[in-house]
Design a protein around this ligand. Structure first.
Ligand SMILES: *[C@@H]1O[C@H](CO)[C@@H](O)[C@H](O)[C@H]1NC(C)=O
Ligand SMILES: *[C@@H]1O[C@H](CO)[C@@H](O)[C@H](O)[C@H]1NC(C)=O
Ligand SMILES: *[C@@H]1O[C@H](CO)[C@@H](O)[C@H](O)[C@H]1NC(C)=O
Length: 296
């Protein structure tokens, strides 16, 4: 068993690399920025929706991994959800059993480790920026809670499923990540002037409530497509892209609609090698041509 504080440091070191690769603006939270320089392409600017996403993913990731470790029996402070044991509905033929994931410990752990530094980094919790970051941290945790599901296993003669054992389980982190990415794409701009509570920036929409799982941002994102040395944005001109990919490295997305150039690159390599008696290998030189695309 390991103590959660060490666990936290290990986790920050891995920095959720998979998810961070899935959006155009990529950086880690300030907390771990020095630990994961490989992931840093472009700084995320305070208050933008990219930052909102990173805060939410980080906080969801923390809940998820702490909870998984609790269920695996690896943590000193937590384990499976014991409250559910022995419950269920005999008349409907199922009961709770196995190990249900208990996210409560992970939730409070994430609040303690992520919310306190946010208050420190972004200033008084009365500011719009701090309120935004705290809301997005919570949105990540709520996503894990919302996507909890129930798994069951059948018992009974030859798979009749007369009796079922069920347990609560978290969704795979990829699913939580997709959910948050959807929230990122539909994130809501809020006013940076707090009037007791968070308000939408768009006055005509202020009546529409802000959900616990919505991602919020204060500042418009800079244009990541175009180089801006002052802001440290490299732009995407000249970047190699993949013509057939729909993902973030695809020419469509990466070149921001400007199109791309195609160069033919010649490779020469040894090929059709034959063993010649005795004792050497004779090869031919083969040329292959590959298309390389770079953004205009
Ligand atoms: C629990 O600890 C074991 C042994 O160190 C490790 O192999 C396993 O991956 C851990 N499980 C989780 C979910 O952290
Ligand atoms: C918050 O900032 C204060 C003053 O800079 C510092 O003493 C304290 O340790 C910080 N707390 C956390 C949790 O980072
Ligand atoms: C480009 O993307 C396609 C589809 O995602 C993939 O099959 C292919 O291997 C990629 N090509 C390169 C050169 O990465």
């Amino acid at each position: 068993k390991i103590a959660t504080e060490n666990f936290f440091l290990q986790l920050m070191a891995s920095c959720f690399a998979v998810l961070l690769e899935s959006i155009p603006c990529l950086t880690c939270l300030k907390i771990c920025a020095t630990l994961c320089q490989n992931n840093i392409f472009v700084p995320c600017f305070a208050g933008t929706k990219e930052t909102a996403f990173i805060y939410a993913v980080t906080s969801a990731g923390l809940v998820h991994s702490v909870t998984r470790s609790c269920s695996a029996g690896n943590m000193t402070e937590c384990s499976c959800d014991m409250n559910l044991r022995h419950g269920g509905s005999a008349s409907e033929g199922w009961h709770w059993g196995g190990c249900s994931d208990d996210i409560h410990y992970g939730m409070s752990f994430s609040r303690k480790f992520l919310d306190v530094p946010v208050k420190n980094i972004t200033g008084k919790s009365g500011s719009g920026l701090a309120a935004m970051n705290l809301h997005n941290n919570e949105a990540g945790r709520q996503a894990v809670a919302k996507l909890m599901s129930v798994d069951c296993r059948c018992h009974g003669v030859s798979g009749s499923c007369a009796v079922k054992t069920c347990w609560k389980t978290m969704s795979a982190f990829e699913k939580i990540g997709r959910f948050l990415k959807d929230k990122y794409e539909n994130s809501i701009q809020i006013s940076d002037r707090l009037k007791k509570k968070l308000r939408r920036k768009e006055k005509s929409q202020r009546k529409i409530p802000i959900g616990k799982e919505d991602l919020l941002y204060v500042n418009k994102s800079p244009n990541y497509c175009v180089e801006d040395q002052k802001l440290g944005i490299p732009g995407t001109q000249g970047r190699e892209c993949n013509r057939t990919s729909e993902g973030p490295n695809g020419c469509n997305l990466l070149c921001c609609g400007r199109g791309y150039n195609t160069h033919v690159v010649r490779h020469v390599e040894r090929c059709e090698c034959k063993f010649v008696w005795c004792c050497y290998v004779r090869c031919r030189r083969c040329e292959t041509m590959t298309d390389v695309h770079t953004c205009k």
